[in-house]
Design a protein around this ligand. Structure first.
Ligand SMILES: [Zn+2]
Length: 66
């Protein structure tokens, strides 16, 4: 077993219908993948996320064992 970081898009307010989840070894990688996902699935530009949004998303990234 090893520790990893996980983000489930449905945990985000307003994204309850989105089935995507991301798990990666580092938080940094999760952030990169969240950015890709936001662009592809939600037509969002992660460069536009303000600090409040980033803090909120940060809370949704959970440490998991895989
Ligand atoms: Zn999503």
């Amino acid at each position: 077993m090893t520790n990893a970081f996980s983000y489930a898009c449905r945990d985000c307010e307003g994204m309850e219908a989105c089935p995507a989840s991301i798990t990666a070894e580092t938080k940094e990688e999760v952030w990169q993948l969240m950015g890709h996902h936001a662009r592809i699935a939600h037509q969002e530009n992660p460069d536009d996320w303000d600090q409040e949004t980033r803090d909120y998303l940060e809370m949704l990234i959970k440490e998991v064992e895989v």
